[in-house]
Design a protein around this ligand. Structure first.
Ligand code: GAP
Length: 476
């Protein structure tokens, strides 16, 4: 089946344009520095976006660090000694193949040009020479000005540099970390010495990383300032293949937990020539993005062998070996690395949650309902309390219930008394609130409320006192 055929068999309402518009309209994601005309590929997370992002990160931390006996956490700095990046291979190897237009000076990623304009899949697996040959053979015009004056592809290092110290000429040149992983390798010995851990064990970290990317847009798919959730899992060399398989399964479990649709996920094994400089085996979890984007990397899983610990041991002169009591031997552990991008998780969760449904309004008029069908544990608002009318006898009961739900169920509960009830339901559907709790005039008599389910729009009548337990059960 071709990519195109696979795409057409999947019913999906989401397009990138619709999701970008909703994200802005409802306060999930805003373009960065917008009042100054924007800064390309920078985005800010609004009131709902920051809640969704935090939910993703907290769920990841709980799943992979807090509830596993073989995992520990770390929060290392963004700035590290510049020699870290020499030892890790990033100074020499962390490059993107770039092509310039000699006429208009626009700059493009060569693999992106080849994928978009020559319709060749997986061009990121090709070398700069192969990409240059393809572009030359096709006599590809510049997508910006149309002249056939594109250069050959050249490697361009993607690390951002900055200076420590007041004067740029005399200060120390450092890099903003391009991956969180190296913080883990550099602190591995301290963790080993300060915690009672035995192989196999892993260290998990969530944090910012920076990459000087040339990007073709695609919203938050490829950004300059990103967040990664990474694990370095230390094992004996002979056990790394098994650990790799176990992490493949654990990553599939995570994808299910956050509600991504199985038909939008595939696992792609890297060909030998595509492997990063540190990896002996890599699998990408790819996601089927709507429109021309198609299949693109969501997460990665790599067998980094002992490359990083060995390189840091050689470059720093520190002994990074592990001593195994049982066999009285010393060796460098091998590392399996599952890596997850926060932005790509956020984007794919939004895309898969987005739905449109033909329905009728309160007057029976046909309309389209836009709804974000988040799994409840990720929803930025878990429940909304809505008094049917803005009358003190209703709002006081509703406000008391709201405060109780914030304490007993989740702080992510909303209270809304503005506009008619139909409009309030639509707003909550559009931000993905799983439950709306309506306090009406009958509540004053029967001490019960109506709970509306976002997905089915069905309603149940529940005693006021039972609402926290009812919601807690469904949100978890
Ligand atoms: N430590 C290994 C590593 O950094 P990577 O494949 O370069 O591997 C890991 O990045 C993950 O980080 C990717 O699978 C993706 O989810 C995310 N990622 C990488 N570059 C990104 C970018 N420019 N914008 C958003 N997310 C990015």
């Amino acid at each position: 089946m071709t990519d195109q055929q696979e795409r057409s068999t999947t019913r999906r309402a989401a397009t990138m344009d619709k999701v970008v518009a909703l994200a802005k309209r409802r306060g999930f994601v805003f373009p960065g520095s917008e009042i100054y005309g924007g800064l390309a590929n920078t985005w800010d997370y609004g009131p709902l976006g920051v809640e969704l992002k935090n939910n993703i990160k907290q769920l990841w931390w709980k799943t992979f660090v807090q509830t596993r006996r073989d995992m520990l956490g770390l929060d290392a700095g963004i700035l590290m000694h510049p020699r870290v990046w020499e030892a890790s291979g990033h100074v020499v190897n962390f490059n993107d193949p770039l092509v310039d237009c000699k006429t208009c000076k626009a700059r493009f990623r060569a693999d992106d040009l080849v994928e978009r304009h020559l319709h060749i899949a997986d061009a990121s697996a090709k070398t700069p020479d192969e990409l240059s040959a393809l572009i030359r053979e096709a006599n590809l015009p510049c997508p910006n000005c149309g002249n056939r004056t594109l250069t050959d592809a050249r490697q361009f290092n993607m690390m951002f540099q900055t200076t420590i110290g007041p004067v740029s000429e005399t200060g120390t040149q450092v890099y903003l970390r391009p991956e969180t992983a190296q913080g883990i390798f550099v602190q591995y010995k301290n963790i080993l010495n300060s915690q009672r851990v035995k192989l196999p064990f892993g260290i998990g970290q969530i944090g910012k990383a920076f990459r000087n990317e040339i990007t073709p847009g695609n919203f938050i798919f490829r950004v300059l300032e990103l967040e990664q959730m990474e694990i370095e899992y230390f094992v004996k060399a002979a056990e790394s293949a098994t650990a790799f398989e176990e992490w493949l399964t654990a990553m599939r479990g995570w994808i299910e937990l956050i509600g991504l649709r199985p038909e939008h996920i595939r696992v792609r094994e890297h060909a030998k020539e595509e492997l990063s400089h540190y990896s002996m085996r890599t699998c990408d979890f790819e996601y089927l993005f709507p429109g021309p984007m198609g299949w693109k990397e969501l997460y990665g899983l790599a067998n980094r062998t002992d490359f990083d610990l060995r390189s840091h041991q050689e470059a720093s002169g520190e002994d990074l070996t592990y001593f195994e009591q049982e066999t009285k031997t010393r060796f460098l552990p091998h590392v399996v690395e599952p890596t997850f991008g926060v932005e790509r998780t956020f984007l794919t969760v939004l895309l898969d949650a987005y739905d449109e449904e033909a329905t009728t309004d309160v007057n029976g008029k046909a309309e389209t309902r836009t709804v974000l069908r988040f799994v409840p544990r990720l929803a930025p608002v878990k429940a909304a309390v809505l008094p049917l009318a803005k009358k003190p006898e209703l709002t006081s009961v509703a406000w008391q219930l709201f405060e109780r739900l914030q304490c007993e169920v989740s702080p992510q509960v909303d209270y809304d008394e503005q506009a008619n009830i139909g409009k309030r339901y639509r707003r909550q559907d559009e931000i993905g609130t799983p439950f709306c709790v309506t306090v009406d005039f009958d509540t004053l008599e029967d001490r019960a409320v109506t709970i509306r389910d976002r997905d089915t729009m069905s309603q149940v009548r529940i005693p006021l006192d039972d609402v926290p337990a009812y919601l807690s059960e469904r949100i978890r």
